[in-house]
Design a protein around this ligand. Structure first.
Ligand code: AP5
Length: 208
């Protein structure tokens, strides 16, 4: 089973990925996490990507497409989180999957009103070590995955200016993918404006 999670920044793609990879034995490919790890290692790709990411801009297609195709080739069942994000990326993914004799089975679209997303992103705390996310309003947000309180941080792109830019880019460049995947019958809408466990149950109903 190969799945794409599609949705605006803060809609809960990363949160649900954690549940899905275990439950359905999927390999998680989060382009955001891969890029942040490249930045931490100060690789050529990380240095190039950082200047786009910090401002809330998308990293250019050519860099992202190469990065993903290097990762997907050897994997069986994949969960794509944050890719594709442009029509070019979607077309190149289709070509890559064709070459490998594979296909996308589901595109899960996480729907949340924009106002709620801003709240979620400005409240988000991320773990540098394991990428798990928390909300500042959670009673207990010390990471349980053998990470320490020092590993928690606010992402540079979760600051107000970058959030606005990310939302703008989502509307202009990523939202057109909804029609793209609707037209080939792959799109399933998820009400992602409910509790984490309710979202998870709704996804299970689609996948089972
Ligand atoms: P990326 O890391 O992919 O960011 P994003 O798509 O903007 O998504 P987020 O990680 O912000 O949100 P999410 O949907 O995962 O929500 P989360 O589960 O954390 O990309 C970052 C940057 O990298 C991009 O801006 C771009 O520059 C670059 N990039 C990445 N991929 C690229 C690509 N393909 N092409 C070009 N550039 C690319 O949840 C958010 C918060 O809400 C958390 O605090 C969480 O605890 C909380 N929450 C989750 N679910 C719920 C719920 N149901 N109810 C209440 N709170 C909830």
């Amino acid at each position: 089973m190969n799945i794409i999670l599609l949705g605006p920044p803060g809609s809960g793609k990363g949160t649900q990925s954690n549940n899905l990879v275990e439950k359905y034995n999927l390999s998680h490919i989060s382009t955001g996490d891969i890029l942040r790890s490249q930045i931490a290692q100060k690789t050529e790709l990380g240095i190039a990507a950082k200047k786009y990411m910090d401002k809330g801009d998308l990293v250019p297609d050519n860099l992202i497409i190469d990065m993903v195709s290097n990762t997907t080739q050897s994997l069986q069942s994949i969960l794509l989180d944050g890719f594709p994000r442009t029509i070019n990326q979607a077309i190149s993914l289709e070509e890559e999957m064709d070459k490998l004799g594979k296909k996308i089975d589901y595109v899960l679209y996480f729907e949340v009103p924009f106002g709620k997303l801003i709240d979620r992103l400005s409240q988000r705390i991320s773990c540098r070590n394991c990428s798990k996310t928390f909300s500042k309003s959670d009673k207990e947000y010390v990471c349980q995955e053998n990470c320490s309180e020092q590993d928690l941080y606010q992402r540079e792109d979760d600051k107000p200016e970058a959030i606005s830019k990310r939302m703008e880019n989502y509307k202009d460049l990523t939202e057109p993918l909804l029609k793209f995947y609707e037209s080939n019958g792959l799109l399933s809408k998820i009400n992602a404006d409910s509790s984490i466990s309710e979202v998870s149950e709704e996804i299970d109903k689609i996948l089972q």
